[in-house]
Write a protein of this length. Structure first.
Length: 135
């Protein structure tokens, strides 16, 4: 059940990846974030390969919440150099006034997607990015 929608407009930039969280939608048992992610690097990036359900997290001051990976696709998380991608991610988080969300963490960002697809098993050039969702 939908509760509320909040405009955010919070910008975070890490290692050439700029994310702007534009909206937060609150439901009884979920939180959904809509953001634009821009790849300012010279290589295609992949925010997450979706092989684990514990690599995209919503973090609060005292808990972590998993993303619904079944609603995400690698094609939406792959961003070419200079490209901006609109991404919508929903997290399993019950409505709580005391446990405010702080960041979205992508803990396994692939920094060179072209090299990754050549040899997935040997690829190790990953980074972690945290995107602020609250000021």
């Amino acid at each position: 059940t939908f509760i509320d929608s909040q405009e955010c407009n919070i910008v975070t930039e890490t290692e050439g990846i700029q994310a702007t969280v534009i909206e937060k939608n609150i439901y009884i048992s979920d939180e959904e974030y809509i953001m634009y992610v821009t790849n300012n690097t010279d290589k295609t990036i992949l925010l997450d390969n979706l092989k684990s359900n514990a690599t995209i997290l919503l973090q609060s001051s005292n808990a972590q919440y998993l993303a619904y990976n079944n609603k995400l696709f690698v094609s939406n998380l792959t961003i070419e150099p200079g490209e901006t991608q609109r991404i919508k991610i929903r997290f399993m988080k019950n409505l709580s006034s005391t446990n405010k969300s702080r960041t979205i963490q992508f803990s396994s960002v692939i920094k060179d997607y072209d090299a990754y697809i050549q040899n997935e098993t040997q690829y190790t050039d990953t980074t972690k990015i945290k995107i602020k969702v609250e000021d």
